[in-house]
Ligand binder design. Structure first.
Ligand code: ADP
Ligand code: ZN
Length: 612
């Protein structure tokens, strides 16, 4: 599209993107860049980072150059812009010589509004020379945390991007990321030479995500229940720790009629690319994956992210759950975890690579994650505090919906610690949770008899609690560091500060694990911030929504693009609500810009009129 020099950012937002207003700090970022300033933007996933550089690229003369590490996603990003009538292209290794030449020609002749490049391509002398001959509106460095060597996504090619400051001193630069820690923020500012940039740091809250963490009984059954009762037909991501776990679970879901695909680093690159493309393109697929999956996946309508294994850190958990609900509609972050997760995560750290300092850091990350799991306070308050943000109880998490009951477990914990001490002293041996529970409950079985545990003074002192109850006690005591688990067998040893509890000087209150009836959910009982549009549709509305979804799938298939490129769910709901009967009315729906109105308007109106 050709924009006259007088076009304002707000006009571009309305005409091209079909949105009425800027969100949060978007307007401020856009104005700053249009005025020629540099910017560092920290915004959560779904916060609307793309518009921060896309609109200035359209308003300023020349081409906006976007640097992104995600080659596999560039084609979709360009297709989405093309659907909006924006002239965009990418240069990467998937293009052949002639295609690349064509893009370069368009760039030099001023026929591109946006150009996507991978960092390794950008730093080539040839590319630098090309850009110096072109008119560059701005440089946008997406996923800017990749320049941080301490971060989890470090890419050495990103280090070369600092050179842009010297080579293009008059071109504004904007660095964007959803990784919020102060350390990453400082490091990327320094490495990208953005000392004079203005910083825009948004709240990291994701109010439309409902956080829920439940005790693990039978993970697979719990997941099946969750999907079939709360998210039938929805797109979602399920994270598992191991590749084998991923493969088995994907198969199990398919066997139960839930369309699912596996994704992990052990699959051939071609299969991975195919599964990723299908997840982006098809409605209602569940991706079962290790953490290898996800960065840059900007599918807006992921309705749930489930964790069947405990994530290593709160940062990882927040990034993974953040892939749900980018469109702002209600979404679930759901996790089950149990005693076994605590033991296996500690074992992984102990036996993993890295020196003592590294391992201590990993343990402290795990401890923060466990504190989040065991909290009796609002999950969101805990999460945001981790990112240095203070907030009040959210009303949209499981602990807000059903505040967990606590009980005075001081005596039980004393018994547990005593059993661990006795076994160690009198048997000279350390045991895992199973055998310790046997001793506490006085379980007369072969295992106990073989070790003559019956003779211990602590034999049977804990028969007032069930096996399951002892497991939750041990899990929580491990989470608080009163016990530690070690080695391959997860043997339990005393933690550091047990003195006060053993002497009765400090009380221990533990949470009572909620017993949830199958099919019931925190979400239905809990107050929600925003209504789920899918739940408030009447029969006629649902029918129209389904017709629009079918029409959208056909359009997407014809163009070979993901469905949301045609219209995201949020826009389809907007159309159902407005039921426009003219092109002008349809143009008033959020997400319907001029180009899409021209392209899809007649088709959509036919469907509303029942003739589609
Ligand atoms: P991020 O890159 O920060 O994760 P995106 O740029 O992908 O977020 O935006 C998330 C979603 O919000 C997209 O579907 C986008 O079209 C939508 N969006 C962004 N800005 C606005 C706005 N001002 N009004 C309405 N929707 C918006
Ligand atoms: Zn809450």
């Amino acid at each position: 599209m050709t924009t006259a020099a007088t076009t304002s950012p707000l006009d571009v937002l309305r005409d091209v993107f079909g949105y009425e207003e800027f969100r949060g700090q978007q307007a401020a970022v856009v104005d700053h860049l249009v005025g020629g300033g540099d910017a560092v933007v920290l915004m959560p996933t779904g916060g609307g980072k793309s518009l921060c550089y896309q609109i200035p690229s359209l308003v300023r003369p020349g081409t906006g150059v976007v640097i992104s590490p995600l080659i596999a996603l560039m084609a979709d990003q360009v297709a989405a812009l093309d659907n909006l009538g924006v002239r965009a292209a990418y240069l990467n290794s998937t293009l052949d010589f002639e295609q690349a030449q064509d893009v370069e020609r368009k760039l030099l002749e001023g026929e591109l509004d946006l150009l996507y490049l991978a960092p390794e391509r950008l730093v080539l002398p040839r590319t630098m020379a090309l850009l110096e001959r072109a008119e560059v509106a701005l440089f946008a460095i997406d996923e800017a945390h990749c320049v941080s060597q301490w971060g989890h996504d470090f890419r050495s090619d990103y280090l070369g991007l600092g050179v842009l400051a010297q080579r293009f001193p008059t071109v504004p630069r904007i660095a964007l990321t959803a990784t919020a820690t102060p350390a990453t923020h400082a490091e990327l500012t320094a490495r990208l030479h953005l000392a004079d940039a203005e910083h825009f740091v948004a709240s990291f809250d994701r109010p439309n995500i409902t956080y829920r963490i439940e005790p693990k009984n039978s993970a697979r059954t719990q997941l099946l229940n969750f999907i079939t009762t709360e998210h039938p037909g929805d797109s979602g991501i399920v994270y598992c720790l191991s590749r084998r776990g991923v493969d088995q679970l994907a198969e199990a879901l398919v066997a139960r009629g839930i369309p699912a695909l596996p994704y992990h680093a052990g699959l051939p690159a071609g299969v991975r690319a195919d599964h990723q493309a299908r997840f982006l393109r098809e409605d209602g697929l569940v991706m079962v994956a290790t953490i290898a999956f996800g960065m840059g996946i900007d599918k807006p309508d992921v309705r749930f992210v489930a964790h069947l294994d405990l994530p290593r850190s709160v940062e990882g958990y927040y990034q993974e759950t953040g892939r749900a609900g980018r469109d702002g509609l209600p979404a679930d972050a759901w996790m089950v975890y149990g005693l076994g997760d605590v033991v296996s995560q500690r074992r992984l750290i102990e036996s993993g690579e890295g020196d003592q300092v590294f391992k201590r850091r990993a343990m402290s990350h795990l401890d923060s994650m466990l504190a989040l799991c065991e909290t009796v306070d609002c999950r969101r308050v805990q999460l945001l505090r981790y990112f240095d943000e203070e907030s009040g109880p959210c009303g949209n998490c499981d602990t807000c919906a059903t505040p967990p009951a606590t009980w005075d477990a001081t005596v039980a914990v004393q018994k547990l610690l005593s059993a661990v001490i006795r076994l160690d002293r009198e048997r000279g041996q350390r045991f895992g949770a199973g055998q310790i529970i046997d001793v506490l409950r006085g379980n007369d079985n072969e295992r106990s008899r073989a070790s003559a545990h019956q003779e211990l003074s602590v034999w049977g002192i804990g028969d007032d609690l069930s096996e399951a109850e002892w497991k939750t006690v041990i899990r929580q005591v491990l989470a608080r560091g009163l016990l530690e688990s070690h080695g391959d067998y997860g043997v339990l040893v005393l933690g550091e500060d047990t003195g006060p509890v053993l002497r009765g000087e400090s009380a221990v209150f533990l949470r009572v694990d909620p017993v949830r009836k199958p099919g019931s959910s925190a979400r239905k009982n809990g107050s929600k911030l925003r209504g789920d549009p899918a739940e408030s549709l009447d029969a006629a509305d649902s029918a129209l929504f389904e017709s629009l979804r079918t029409w959208r799938a056909e359009q997407a298939k014809e163009q070979g693009v993901p469905a949301y490129v045609v219209f995201p769910d949020a826009t389809l709901y907007g159309i159902v609500e407005a039921r426009p009967s003219s092109i002008a009315e349809l143009g008033g729906v959020s997400g319907v810009g001029l180009k899409k109105l021209e392209r899809y308007g007649p088709g959509v109106l036919e469907i509303i009129a029942g003739r589609g």
